[in-house]
Design a protein around this ligand. Structure first.
Ligand code: TXA
Ligand code: MG
Length: 327
């Protein structure tokens, strides 16, 4: 199959393909999604095939506006609507009781469904034109780094899907916050761009993720995720970085770090920018670029404040918790 990459002028074709049961990759503000009409069981099954994704890992359903949430979820509590009004379109997925028309294959047999309104003009135009919920995981091969550019989707999905909508590099750069509202205490299953402190503007309490991958709250959390194809370490200090590089001469080591740390190390690699938001935005694209020309990637251990906690969550998985620090 030929895979076409196109922009806004390909929206009508994207709608046609989705209505025919085909898959379309599309940009969101977080990462690119691999979409199928959520009520089309066969199309949704083909997402799992294209990604090589285990069938017990549930998908998120995307809709264009708050009014459409009742078409994919049932008994939607008032507080969910308030959260969507406050943070959507945006990087927040809310787990709710699922509507009966959403097939089990979407939710891995769970009685709940993750719902999200993505903040990207192409995604919103596509969803509004289609007027149906779109089930979409990140558009990477399972266990690989999520794609934040059309070219990264192309690398994993070329020949497997007919169309990739190209909307440029994703603004946020890591996946949405997943908040489960079906638990007694609202629980963050995956940290992301909307932090616990932000959610507390609307909710009286939020149970935060513990920071460890062990907590298998969501079925998807037990799988290896976000891993580059080469060795990956988190590095806490400039000294630890320099010492590691000295100890492995002859190896191709790339450093991914924020500007100050990057400059101080003087090691080849990619400057991720000045702020933690820049790091969040650039990280996945930099990992995909660096893995192609490196034996080992070193990534600066980020702050755990604010969205730093979400970035750190992904990096602990990418590095399998391997950390370099001062002796
Ligand atoms: O930003 C994002 O969320 C991107 C874009 C494309 O929207 N999507 C994304 O999907 O990251 P995916 O499939 O790679 O990750 C979704 C995760 C699953 O691994 C699972 O842990 C959780 O969301 N999830 C989805 N539905 C759930 C449910 N009903 N209950 C608990 N967790 C759920
Ligand atoms: Mg994913």
């Amino acid at each position: 199959m030929d895979t076409i990459v196109g922009g806004i002028d390909h929206i009508d074709w994207a709608v046609e393909l989705l209505n025919r049961g085909e898959l379309v990759a599309f940009p969101t503000e977080t990462v690119y999604g691999l979409g199928a009409v959520a009520t089309d069981e066969e199309a949704v099954k083909s997402i799992f095939v294209a990604k090589g994704r285990p069938s017990d890992n549930p998908l998120i359903v995307h809709v264009s506006d708050v009014a459409s949430i009742d078409s994919v979820a049932r008994d939607v509590p008032e507080v969910a609507k308030r959260l969507f009004e406050r943070f959507s379109p945006g990087p927040l997925t809310i787990v709710l009781p699922k509507s009966y028309n959403i097939p089990d294959v979407v939710t891995a047999g769970l009685d709940t469904v993750g719902v999200r309104i993505p903040d990207h003009p192409l995604a919103l135009a596509l969803l509004a034109r289609l007027a149906k919920g779109v089930a979409a995981p990140s558009a990477n091969t399972s266990s690989r780094v999520s794609p934040s550019r059309a070219i990264d989707v192309y690398e994993d999905m070329c020949g497997k899907i007919p169309l990739i909508l190209d909307g440029g590099q994703c603004r946020v750069g890591i996946e949405s916050t997943v908040l489960d509202l079906t638990k007694e205490v609202p629980t963050i299953l995956r940290p992301g761009g909307i932090t616990a402190d932000m959610l507390l503007e609307v909710l009286p309490q939020v149970q935060t993720f513990s920071g460890e991958i062990k907590v298998a709250e969501a079925p998807g959390m037990k799988y290896k995720h976000y891993a580059p194809t080469c060795e990956c370490y988190l590095v806490k200090t400039v000294e630890a970085c320099k010492a590691y590089v000295e100890s492995c001469s002859g190896q191709r080591v790339s450093l991914l770090a924020m500007t100050d740390f990057f400059t101080a190390c003087g090691v080849p690699g990619i400057d991720l920018g000045a702020t933690i938001l820049d790091m969040e935005h650039n990280l996945f694209a930099a990992m995909r670029d660096a893995e192609k020309c490196s034996d080992t990637i070193l990534v600066q251990y980020p702050t755990s404040e604010g969205v730093g906690a979400s970035v750190l969550n992904r990096l602990i998985k990418s590095s399998a918790g391997k950390i370099l620090e001062d002796k």
